[in-house]
Design a protein around this ligand. Structure first.
Ligand code: HEC
Ligand code: HEC
Ligand code: HEC
Ligand code: HEC
Length: 532
């Protein structure tokens, strides 16, 4: 059985230091001095905390309504059913395993257009159902959770913490605390409540971006006395990577859109014993540098291989070979990183990002919930469109509207076969094959002129606009069709025409220079004919 692919916290190295950072991220664990607040291991400490003294926490954050990846590229991470598998697997090993959500997980945007409401509500319900099924113990709420208002949120029945609230969660013989808040005072109030209820180790759930949360990590006091801060973002663009800032209090933010979980292994028992009635502060375990370096090396090789697999035009045989190699590496990394932390000292904890790799199995019960949502949502969207759908607004005066690819054929008969042989001409079929042609969150890049002035805004009126048509790259063509000239159309679309769809999430290895020859040929872009 494959275990969770784990990306060690060492990838903090790749995080962009936020410009206003008062506390720059420290790169490698080996180089990082113990933070002043971290307690030294007690003299004559035992080899490590006994199994019964340990707890494992899985923290999700910034999921943004993602139930599963779109499948636009191979090896896409993420998916709530894979997360559920990771949890079930850890619980199967015994010991205390807790699941907590830092927030900003239910919706992709803080406000929704009316047409999106049926789908987004159904999705939030499906996600909430999955979270409950996974035994979610507590969560904070952020702006991306409130898109449908307080009453809708409360109706989901999730164990929410208000800002300033804290709770102690049972973890075997001990208790682990969670506190929610955006300010030091709120975190301090929550942490005090959690400690009052018997918690030693306390996690602060902060529904802010990593950058916004950094001042909280500067000192223990600023952090309200919590031991670890989890930032759940809230839609910032730069959340494509797992990030860890080793401030006085560690501050972590898992990769957005449910692509990673943060795993915390904490040795609870010794802290209380060492500090007497008031347990001392918990600190990051030292001495993991070798493991981190090895994992980083594996990660670098993985990134390279994934790029090769995703390259368009790789022969199926070579692709299969590289894919096999990639899966081997994923498994190796998982073995390295899911191993029990050797010699975890009392009062210490470790942080590891668990990447929800494509090769992970899905939890069957949660996968069924996701499938039920997928089946329902197309029908929901169609009936909403029939009852209340509105066409797109007309373009501004003098600007062109979309007319569909068929209108281009008569005058550009040579360009057509080249386009028809490209994957763009089958982008709608791709959605049909997975039954998602009526999902609003797929239409944007698999339909021509979706949600644009003079384009198509109703999911029941995509006829003639299916696929990535001529106007997806050349722009709306109504003016050109009536007054054909080089001035009325985008003649030579550049990289900018591609990256709206070929973005880092859906097309992570997009490279204009290698991609563009694959859409051109004799009759379409003659200058580069033969380049494919
Ligand atoms: C932001 C734009 C965007 C959105 C939104 C999007 N896709 Fe895609 N999709 C792409 C791009 C770009 C590719 C091609 C990626 C590549 O090959 O580099 C693609 C490729 C695919 C493929 C692979 C097709 C093949 O030939 O192997 C599938 C399947 C797919 N998308 C399904 C979906 C589904 C389902 C959704 C909605 C959940 C969706 N896409 C939403 C941009 C998008
Ligand atoms: C009625 C005939 C006609 C139709 C319909 C038509 N075109 Fe054209 N198109 C032309 C002519 C003629 C030119 C050459 C203009 C020139 O070179 O001055 C042209 C040129 C172009 C060019 C190259 C511009 C350049 O800068 O070299 C593109 C791209 C193009 N058309 C795309 C389209 C698309 C997309 C459609 C459908 C929306 C379309 N055309 C429909 C007649 C047409
Ligand atoms: C409106 C969104 C959109 C735009 C704009 C767009 N693409 Fe795509 N592209 C897609 C989708 C969706 C697919 C996958 C189609 C499928 O297989 O279902 C794709 C697939 C491709 C592929 C095939 C990749 C493979 O795996 O074989 C190439 C090459 C490509 N695009 C190049 C480009 C280039 C170059 C541009 C800009 C000049 C561009 N695309 C603009 C959406 C877009
Ligand atoms: C994925 C983006 C994309 C799509 C879809 C696309 N084109 Fe193009 N097209 C380009 C690019 C890029 C060039 C410029 C090539 C160059 O710079 O030499 C181009 C060039 C052209 C030209 C001018 C060069 C020539 O060979 O005459 C015409 C005409 C044209 N396209 C028509 C079409 C028509 C008609 C369709 C739909 C059947 C279409 N294109 C679909 C990207 C696209």
């Amino acid at each position: 059985v494959l275990l969770a692919g784990v990306l060690l916290a060492a990838c903090a190295r790749r995080a962009e230091p936020p410009p206003t950072a008062p506390q720059p991220p420290v790169a490698a664990a080996s180089a990082s001095p113990a933070s002043p607040a971290s307690p030294a291991p007690p003299p004559g400490a035992p080899e490590g905390a006994a199994a019964g003294e340990r707890a494992v926490l899985f923290l999700a954050a910034d999921v943004r309504g993602y139930l599963a990846p779109c499948g636009c590229s191979e090896n896409m991470r993420g998916g709530i059913a894979r997360a559920a598998h990771v949890l079930a697997e850890a619980r199967g090993r015994g010991g205390a395993v807790l699941f907590v959500d830092g927030g900003n997980s239910l919706f992709g945007a803080p406000t929704l257009a009316p047409a999106q409401v049926p789908q987004e509500e159904a999705r939030a319900r499906a996600l909430a159902g999955a979270l409950r099924q996974m035994g979610l113990a507590a969560r904070a709420t952020g702006p991306l959770d409130a898109a449908r208002g307080e009453a809708f949120l409360a109706g989901l029945g999730l164990p929410a913490l208000a800002p300033g609230e804290g709770r102690a969660l049972d973890a075997g013989a001990h208790r682990v605390g969670v506190a929610a808040g955006r300010t030091s005072a709120q975190l301090a109030a929550g942490a005090a409540a959690a400690r009052q209820a018997g918690a030693h180790f306390v996690v602060g759930l902060v529904p802010l971006t990593l950058e916004q949360a950094q001042p909280l990590a500067a000192t223990r006091e600023a952090a309200g006395g919590v031991d670890l801060l989890l930032a759940s973002g809230g839609g910032e663009p730069g959340a494509e990577e797992n990030r860890l800032v080793r401030g006085a209090v560690p501050l972590a933010a898992p990769q957005s859109k449910g692509r990673s979980l943060l795993r915390v292994d904490v040795a609870l028992g010794g802290a209380g014993a060492r500090g007497g009635a008031a347990p001392g502060p918990f600190g990051l375990q030292r001495g993991q540098a070798d493991l981190e370096r090895e994992l980083e090396a594996v990660d670098a090789r993985l990134a390279l291989l994934a790029r090769e697999v995703d390259q368009p035009g790789v022969s199926p045989a070579l692709k299969a070979l590289k894919q096999g190699k990639l899966e081997e590496l994923v498994a190796r990394r998982a073995r390295l990183a899911s191993a029990e932390v050797p010699g975890l000292q009392p009062g210490r904890f470790t942080l590891r990002f668990v990447a929800l790799e494509a090769s992970l199995p899905a939890d069957p019960a949660v996968a069924r919930q996701v499938a039920a949502y997928d089946a329902e949502v197309g029908r929901l969207n169609l009936s909403w469109a029939a009852a209340q759908g509105e066409d797109c607004p007309a373009p501004e005066r003098g600007a062109a509207a979309h007319v569909g690819s068929a209108a281009c054929r008569s005058c550009h008969p040579d360009a057509f076969p080249v386009w028809e042989a490209s994957k763009h001409a089958h982008a709608w079929e791709t959605l049909e094959a997975v039954g998602k042609q009526h999902h609003l969150n797929c239409a944007g890049c698999h339909v021509t002129g979706w949600a644009q002035p003079g384009g198509v805004c109703r999911i029941d009126r995509t006829a003639g606009r299916e696929d990535v048509g001529c106007e997806s790259c050349h722009g709306p063509g109504s003016r050109h069709v009536t007054a054909p000239s080089a001035e009325t159309i985008v003649g030579r679309p550049g990289e900018q025409a591609c990256v709206g769809c070929h973005n880092p999430e859906n097309s992570p290895h997009f490279d204009f220079a290698t991609y563009v020859p694959r859409i051109l040929g004799p009759g379409h872009g003659g200058a580069r004919s033969g380049a494919r």
